[in-house]
Design a protein around this ligand. Sequence first.
Ligand code: FAD
Length: 383
Amino acid sequence: MYDIAIIGAGPAGATLARLIAPKYKVLLIEKRRLDDPARYEKNGKCCGGLLAPDAQAVLARLGLGLPNHVLADPQIFAVRAIDFNGGNERFYQRHYINIDRTKFDLWMAALIPGTVDAKWGCRCTGFSRTDEGYALRLANGTGTGTNSFTEQARVVVSAEGSTSALRHLVLQQRRDPRDPRDPREQHDPHDPIPKYVAIQEWYRTKNHHPYYSALFDSRITDFYAWTIPKGEYVLFGAALKPGPDDPARFVELKDKLFTIGLLSGDLHKKEGALIFRPSRLRHLLTESDDIAFIGEAGGWISPSSAEGLSWAMESAIAMAHSLASGLPGASRRYRFLTVSMRRHLLNKTLKAPFMYHPLLRNLAMRSGLFSLEPAEVTPSYKK
Ligand SMILES: Cc1cc2nc3c(=O)[nH]c(=O)nc-3n(C[C@H](O)[C@H](O)[C@H](O)COP(=O)(O)OP(=O)(O)OC[C@H]3O[C@@H](n4cnc5c(N)ncnc54)[C@H](O)[C@@H]3O)c2cc1C
């Protein structure tokens, strides 16, 4: 019997495991092999890999500094915002740290103390309530080599990210049996949190732009798209409302970027992920009967920028604090300890219309408020 089982060792799960290891008997389940840096390509996580100032502040609170090998070229001080609806373009100063996300996850995993019983390459496939806590169904390996087994824990923490199986199962159990909607007809009828499909492509290029570009085009998406330089690559990604024409919309925007020279080079790899975009507090799921949800599994992610790293680590700190006074009631205390995070999330939703309502964005960008005046007489994008 473990005190706590954490499912997922991304930034949320790895942070929590490290913080609570001295006090509890912890089981950590992670389907990636983050114990093995040699499997770099297979350990990848679809992400832009930008550490925003909020995430830097949480790392500072955790007493951590980034090792050099986690950084990716170049370091970025500017966002080039392009509004294809209003025909506006502006540069804004932002202090991001550009990282290799896979190396970041490997580094965080390496910080987890050996006293944590970490099962790498292991998936959690389900759970059931027992008298003392939970029985977790786990599976090692894939295909015919799969080895299934069960482990017991008093408290379970889902840190599985946006594809959290536990979130899905808990919400399914809460579903009103009188709800007439056919579950197969909708993307996920149990879970009201808005979901986006992120598609991201890596291009090997010699034509590097030393900034992060944020691209707005309401014909393509009501969220946004981006390019990020990353070493010898440039990443092009977009967060799209799930639908059959996703790939076509992605290609339409990509063609536009090739035409204006923002994107160039040869396709190296393509990846995808689900992104949550909470717009109301009820979209958050913090706890349910001794199961706590931290990181994106709980809905913790900025609805205005899709920045999730600070929220992942911040929610892990809140959960660690709630566990400091013992196991009973910890998940309920966690709900209380995330009040300031809820307030922060509300502030982000208030900011969102200025970025995503075409008229308000047009006004904000035309005003030039907070933007940088390019030093060149004729900026390169106008040549
Ligand atoms: C395309 C894209 C770009 C992004 N760019 C940025 C960015 O630049 N900056 C930023 O701050 N945020 C960004 N985000 C958001 C950020 O990546 C996430 O919010 C963040 O990773 C959440 O951390 P987490 O620990 O909660 O979950 P994750 O990082 O998703 O980690 C979850 C972990 O759980 C494991 N897991 C899942 N299910 C199971 C299971 N059943 N059994 C065992 N293990 C399991 C996974 O393998 C994974 O390691 C981006 C997201 C996307 C999709």
